[in-house]
Design a protein around this ligand. Structure first.
Ligand code: PEP
Ligand code: MG
Length: 762
């Protein structure tokens, strides 16, 4: 305001997680407004069903310079009525005395959504208590830490490294006080301070936020994924033998944990280091050794010792202690597995309509569960393009990832409402929320029925450009048949690695052939692109040994496995050739990789006297996109895997707990690589597809089509909506839109552009 008062109006709590959806700003930053000018519009109904609370704090952020002399509260206010009146304080603090040396500290921002309104207000409130000049700088930009507005304008995000500098008499005290506020992870303090209503905090506790990784809303009951116990013998084979076995298994687990802790994000390292400490816990080892002395086996003794300790921790009401109990059980399994080799895991029982909760769910865990009992998935860790998220989308299961370890404290059987579209998990939802969820589900079902009635037609834009819409498949002919029912015009990628999971040895040629043939038949002669296995990274397989890798995402992946397991590749290629599918190679980075695979395929075809299949290359790395004009000479078609292409372009691990939420395939850097690939394929007259997760994003279709992509391959449940959306597009408009998007500087700007242009369709 004129005169220097800073007023912060925050609409609803945690609404920043909606990234602007539901809000339309009516003013630009820095614009002057007068009383009565609208500032922002929002959809109250939409917000009410999405956010933790509609409580909207109105805060005087520089309370050291102004005083509220009159408040109009506890009654309904009419538009235009004043809410509060301010008076400047005579000797305001904050006008600094700059004497004394500057003190500087490097910090990492902790707040999950960065220094948005509330954390920025907290930082400025802490800074204003000091006379020192305090500034925060990030990437060459600087703002006064005493101004919430200036801090917000820096656009600082969670985990950004920032520099806090103070100069003046109380500089050191200022840094000591302000630094922890910047590093703090929680955001509840200000809510508690400005909004004493117990209601707001209750709502904070009853909902947990994460990243929606597969769409949908589901009401169900919380069920933690517990891996069933490995069986153990009670009797030991001699005290000396069992003692040395226990020591060996502990050492093996320790060295594996230490190796894993050497890479990955900080949270992962912290958890693994805590596991190592628990593994070395003296009391635990003594308890196990005492049992071995009574002629018990090492496995039996270790389980008994760990369970005793875990039960004691579970009785403590503190949530963090209960998490430690979970850690102990995890360790119990690891040591017992190390003692007994790799015995297959028994099946796990889950309740009806289970919302499955786990720190991390592996694709093999999901594959081993009875899908009809599942209503949704929630993971403390992981990113939206992780494999399990892809599987969930294919199964039509809503999934929330990166929801934090708080989800591990939810009791089994608690009723939960998972709104993956909004990225929220509600605990014990009330009737109003359930009603809204049911309404949303009914509206979605009605929309689905409408689009499904047209899904069988060939897909074309409104002005006739043919765009093929294919299904991404995992395994199983049933899935393929269901996809055809939803309008799939073919299979754009069969992720064959799923056939290799949840077992103790790879499938042989005949087993693979039978599986591929059944899928080909279910597709009824439609195009069928089979991708050769892509192990490694977030797709581990227990029975294949990988060399030690500091950074698996940059290690043995996709086609690189051919050097390690040539027989496995040959077996798979033979099965694919016999089944008559096209073949696609993952993680291609060089032309000679395609040439080598083509030579192998040609030799196999000669052996089998069968025609050579079409051979395509996946474009999943910046190098392959940049050299697409060369690769396309060697390949019959290109298919862009935007999940990996985004990970490698933005240098963010797909599974990174903290950063994976930033992976957005609509980033202009990724779009430029898509454009380059599409141009190369179109110039060579060869088909080009996108089969990464972005193809299923409602905002992506106009851009991808506009960039010249002719085929989109997506999880089957998305197909009807996608076909309907494409039918409403005009190719000329899409091309113009794509050109504009390529010139933008962030994924958020691209999304805003598409939303503005296609607001109805989106
Ligand atoms: C991709 O990377 O986009 C892709 C389709 O392959 P995957 O997700 O299986 O790595
Ligand atoms: Mg990939």
């Amino acid at each position: 305001a004129d005169g220097g008062a800073e007023i912060l109006v925050h609409i609803g709590l945690e609404t920043v997680a909606l990234s602007g959806v539901g809000f339309t700003a009516r003013v630009a930053q820095g614009q002057k407004v007068k009383a009565g000018d609208p500032l922002i519009e929002f959809d109250l109904e939409f917000l009410a069903s999405r956010v933790k609370s509609l409580i909207s704090p109105v805060i005087l952020t520089n309370g050291d310079a102004f005083r509220i002399v009159r408040r109009h509260q506890n009654r309904a206010a009419k538009a235009g009525e004043p809410l509060m009146e301010l008076e400047p304080l005579a000797a305001a603090k904050g006008t600094s005395t700059s004497a004394g040396a500057a003190v500087t500290r490097e910090l990492t921002v902790g707040a999950a959504h960065g220094l948005h309104a509330r954390p920025a207000a907290q930082v400025s409130a802490a800074a204003r208590r000091f006379d020192a000049d305090i500034t925060l700088s990030v990437a060459g930009r600087k703002a006064s830490a005493k101004s919430a507005v200036a801090l917000m304008a820096l656009g600082v995000r969670c985990n950004d490294r920032v520099t806090l500098t103070a100069s003046g008499g109380d500089a050191r005290e200022a840094i000591d006080a302000v630094a922890p506020v910047i590093e703090a992870k929680g955001e509840e303090t200000l809510v508690a301070a400005t909004q004493p209503a117990a209601e707001s905090r209750r709502q904070m506790k009853d909902a947990l936020c994460g990243i929606g990784a597969a769409p949908g809303i589901a009401l169900g009951c919380a069920a933690h994924l517990r891996v069933a116990d490995l069986p153990v013998e009670e009797a030991g084979a001699g005290i000396a033998h069992e003692t040395s076995e226990l020591r060996r298994a502990q050492a093996e687990v320790r060295s594996r944990l230490e190796r894993l802790a050497a890479s990955g994000d900080r949270a992962r390292r912290d958890i693994l280091s805590a596991h190592v400490a628990l593994l070395d816990d003296e009391a635990l080892t003594h308890a196990a050794l005492a049992l071995i002395e009574t002629n018990k086996s090492a496995a039996f003794a270790w389980r008994k010792a760990v369970r005793g300790a875990a039960e004691a921790l579970e009785k403590i009401a503190d949530e963090r202690m209960r998490e430690r109990a979970g850690d102990l059980i995890d360790l119990e399994r690891q040591v017992i597995a190390a003692l007994g080799g790799n015995a297959p895991r028994p099946a796990v029982a889950i309740p009806e309509r289970a919302i499955l909760i786990a720190d991390e769910i592996l694709p093999s865990d999901l594959a081993g569960l009875e899908a009809s009992r599942l209503a949704g998935l929630v993971m403390a860790r992981g990113g939206p393009t992780s494999h399990v998220a892809i599987m969930a989308a294919g199964m039509g299961l809503p999934a929330l990832v990166g929801a934090g370890r708080g989800v591990l404290g939810i009791a089994d059987g608690t009723q939960v409402l998972l709104d993956a579209d909004a990225g929220v998990l509600y605990l014990k939802p009330d009737q109003i929320l359930i009603g809204k969820a049911n309404e949303a589900a009914a509206a979605a079902a009605e929309r689905k029925a409408r689009v499904l009635s047209h899904a069988g037609r060939d897909c074309r834009t409104a002005d006739g450009t043919r765009i093929e819409v294919f299904a991404n498949l995992g395994k199983g002919a049933d899935e393929a048949a269901a996809a055809v029912g939803l309008g799939a015009e073919g299979c754009g990628v069969l992720r064959t690695e799923f056939l290799f999971m949840d077992r103790t040895a790879p499938p042989g040629e005949d087993e693979q052939y039978a599986a591929y043939k059944a899928i080909a038949e279910a597709l009824g002669g439609r195009p069928f692109i089979l991708r050769t296995f892509d192990f490694g990274g977030d797709k581990p397989v227990p029975y294949l040994s990988f060399p030690p890798e500091e950074n698996p995402a940059l290690g043995i992946r996709g086609i690189r496995g051919a050097a390690l397991w040539p027989d496995l590749v040959r077996t798979q290629l033979r099965a694919a050739v016999r089944a008559g599918s096209s073949i696609m190679l993952p993680m291609i980075t060089a032309r000679d990789e395609i040439a080598a695979a083509r030579a192998t395929v040609a030799a196999i075809c000669r052996e089998l006297s069968l025609p050579e299949p079409r051979l395509g290359a996946m474009i999943e790395t910046p190098s392959s996109a940049l050299l697409a004009d060369q690769l396309v000479q060697e390949a019959d078609f290109l298919s862009i895997g935007t999940n990996d292409l985004t990970q490698y372009t933005l240098a963010i691990d797909r599974g990174h707990r903290l950063l994976a939420g930033r992976l957005d395939g609509l980033h202009p850097a990724v779009l430029r690589l898509v454009a380059r690939t599409a141009d190369a394929a179109n110039a060579a007259g060869k088909p080009v597809a996108v089969c990464g997760g972005i193809a299923a994003d409602p905002l992506a279709a106009p851009l991808l089509v506009g960039l010249g992509v002719g085929e989109l391959s997506v999880p089957a449940p998305v197909i009807p909506n996608l076909k309907a959306a494409i039918a409403g597009l005009r190719i000329g408009e899409c091309r113009a839109l794509a050109r504009e998007a390529l010139a933008l500087d962030s994924a958020a700007a691209v999304r805003a552009l598409v939303r503005a242009r296609f607001s109805k369709e989106a």
